[in-house]
Write a protein that binds this ligand. Structure first.
Ligand code: C5P
Length: 226
């Protein structure tokens, strides 16, 4: 039990960016590398969990021992997460696009013949919030739901507000003001729970993932013992 504290548990992890198609060759995306989310999936598997990793487009290898479901859009990511339920824990590390394109063009959008026509106008629609959806009360809610808050300013107040608004159990808050987080090796995070805030030292993303996985294992064991 000490070696495989998460055996018999199912963990759901989201990772990477989403790509929202404009037409068959163009999309709206973001700079998430998927490194932190993939490291969390690997760390949970390392502790014995069955892991479903729902990943947007990344250039990382699939972590070993993890079932990877590859998606592009936020809507696909939500559907894949819902299909993966039930889960004991959900960790939403993906950088989900807040908006998708209202009507993606079925064929490549072309410039007009003269080249000085008015440019196309993209109409956006809000995407589902996967974290908030998974954290909503209900019979399929995982016992532990964890989100991230990447902020450039007022990190802890914004993260606290997000903790409330999303209905999740924990938020890992990280300061992305320096621009040194996306794709980088290291991460500085604060763990917000209902009982307070813990400041974690700057660590490799793999070490953040291991520490989070240990905390998840401990908390699920405590919840089962109640
Ligand atoms: O609202 P914001 O994007 O800052 O929240 C970040 C957290 O919410 C992350 O855990 C992210 O994975 C999750 N999220 C989500 N679905 C969205 C937007 C954010 O799961 N549509």
């Amino acid at each position: 039990a000490a070696q495989w504290p998460l055996s018999g548990r199912h963990a759901l992890v989201t990772s990477g960016p989403t790509h929202e198609p404009i037409d068959p060759v163009r999309y709206i995306g973001n700079r998430s590398s998927g490194r932190q989310g993939h490291a969390i999936a690997a760390a949970l598997a390392h502790l014995g969990a069955r892991v479903t990793l729902v990943s947007g487009p990344v250039s990382l290898p699939d972590p070993r021992g993890v079932q990877v479901v590859k998606v592009a859009t936020a809507r696909e990511m939500l559907a894949a997460c819902q299909s993966a339920l039930p889960a004991d824990v959900a960790v939403c590390a993906a950088a989900v696009a807040d908006w998708g394109i209202a009507n993606p063009a079925p064929a490549k959008i072309k410039k007009g013949p003269s080249g000085d026509e008015a440019p196309p106008v993209l109409s956006l629609v809000p995407n589902p919030d996967i974290l908030a959806t998974l954290a909503a009360p209900g019979p399929r809610r995982p016992a532990l739901v964890v989100g991230f808050a990447a902020e450039t300013d007022a990190l802890l107040p914004h993260a606290r507000a997000k903790h409330q608004r999303k209905g999740c159990d924990w938020i890992l808050a990280n300061d992305v003001a320096g621009g040194g987080v996306f794709g980088a090796d290291k991460n500085t995070v604060h763990l917000l729970t209902s009982s307070g805030t813990e400041d974690w030292p700057t660590m490799d993303k793999e070490a953040v993932a291991s520490r989070l996985a240990e905390r998840i294992a401990q908390t699920l064991a405590d919840l089962s013992a109640r």
